[in-house]
Design a protein around this ligand. Structure first.
Ligand code: CO
Length: 441
């Protein structure tokens, strides 16, 4: 019996989030689902992350309807989603009643595996979601967010994973959103997690810097259970390594995945046709990330914002400011929502020419503990003149329940219970969507 590696296909979530600003339409997804469902994947990542916001805001699609549709057309597949812990699929922390309801509804509508992460690796921000996932009968995958800094160590990641296990997580994901994990690190981390945590381990890398395929090879040799890849038409660049290449590359080894290359080839053909209607960017290798650690998507956003301010000439300055702000803030990993908080503050600092003269509300909340515990202490000067209450305990313990109040506020538009959650997450966008929906009835 071979000890095969499992593959999670990301083409319906992370791949188009990374390359197409999350704009892949449900109707276009339906073209390829037949092949994805029979190829033999461990799971398909299809929901969560930015897809919720983007489908509602830009595609005029109800994200819950998308999930139900995918569930219907993918009867043989385990469906997976990405959840930002206490931030759900939004950018701020929500009360526990909302987290519980969101998780339950996600499972009710078809999700089998929930990958739960927190940008700060603060276990207190995962606890409610992990518990709710277990209660709903789904697989709770606890995530360790990988970054490189003077305070992040392999010991620290192992310890975080142990806490997630003790909390009830069914497996551990290592999340390398910037694509900067080197093969030797993957080898050591996977080996130690397998030995010291005792749960299945899944590795999620982005291709950005060009090392991810090598990192996967090393992780697979070290015994990783599952890796994430994207079908070739939406692989590489800031997305994942290509599925077909990994499948072929592992042929004749002990860990050869059980996937049908013929079926994958058909899926790729269909996808290529679908993508003729989209603007797929060039998917080369960006090695700046190996030094700056700024994920590709964040960098292009910052450049666009700087140009909007007619300050495009300050781009180099901004690229240098990002790691400085990150250091001041105690080295948070640059993933949602921290990538936005660090990015916006760096932009403010460069545009005003005076560091921290203007602070975003989110930054104020972060430095006073409302996003959780920073990996290293925050520079004390940043707290001077701060009027926010400083907390050190679990942020969500301070929030009042919200579900009932929101249900009343939006009652005239509610056609399904899920609408209340949509409204809580994106009040204005949701309301506009509901008004439109009512009109078109
Ligand atoms: Co990702």
């Amino acid at each position: 019996m071979k000890n095969r590696v499992g593959i999670t296909e990301t083409v319906l979530r992370d791949a188009h989030q990374s390359l197409l600003a999350t704009r892949l339409k449900t109707n276009d997804m339906l073209e390829v689902v037949e092949y994805l469902d029979q190829a033999g994947f461990y799971s398909l990542e299809v929901w969560g992350g930015a897809t919720f916001d983007a489908s509602l805001r830009y595609l005029n699609e109800d994200p819950w309807e998308r999930l139900r549709t995918l569930r219907r057309v993918l009867p043989n597949s385990k469906l997976q989603m990405l959840l930002r812990g206490q931030n759900l699929v939004g950018y701020r922390q929500y009360p526990d009643d909302v987290v519980r309801e969101f998780v339950q509804r996600s499972v009710d509508n078809g999700i089998d595996i929930i990958r739960i992460f927190d940008a700060l690796n603060d276990p207190r921000n995962l606890e409610c979601a992990v518990e709710a996932t277990k209660k709903a009968g789904a697989h709770a995958q606890g995530t360790v967010v990988y970054t490189v800094s003077p305070v992040h160590t392999i010991d620290g990641y192992v310890e975080t994973a142990q806490r997630l296990r003790d909390m009830g997580a069914d497996s551990i994901c290592i999340k390398d959103m910037a694509g900067i994990m080197m093969p030797a690190v993957a080898s050591e981390l996977v080996t130690r997690l397998k030995k010291e945590v005792g749960l299945p381990v899944q590795l999620h890398c982005h291709y950005t810097s060009g090392v991810a395929s090598m990192t996967y090879w090393a992780a697979i040799q070290a015994g990783v259970d599952v890796v994430d890849t994207a079908l070739s038409p939406l692989a590489m660049g800031t997305s994942q390594p290509p599925t077909e290449s990994l499948v072929a590359g592992l042929r004749g080894t002990e860990r050869e995945p059980e996937l049908d290359l013929e079926v994958l080839n058909k899926a790729a053909g269909v996808m290529n046709r679908v993508l003729e209607d989209y603007k797929v960017p060039s998917r080369g290798v960006d090695t700046q990330v190996l030094i700056s650690q700024i994920p590709g998507g964040m960098l292009s956003n910052l450049r666009a914002q700087l140009e909007q301010q007619k300050m495009g000439h300050k781009y180099d300055e901004l690229v240098q400011e990002v790691p400085r702000v990150r250091e001041d803030l105690g080295y948070p990993p640059l993933v949602t929502p921290m990538s936005q908080i660090v990015g916006v503050q760096s932009l403010f600092n460069v545009v005003t020419g005076k560091r921290y003269a203007v602070k975003s509300k989110e930054l104020k909340d972060y430095i006073t503990g409302w996003y959780g515990k920073s990996p290293a202490p925050i520079k004390p000067e940043l707290l001077e003149g701060e009027t926010n209450t400083v907390i050190t305990d679990r942020p969500a313990d301070h929030f009042e329940p919200l579900l009932e109040k929101a249900r009343q506020e939006i009652s005239e538009f509610v056609e399904q219970e899920e609408d209340v959650l949509t409204y809580i997450l994106y009040p204005e966008v949701a309301k506009a969507f509901f008004v439109e929906r009512k009109k078109n009835k």
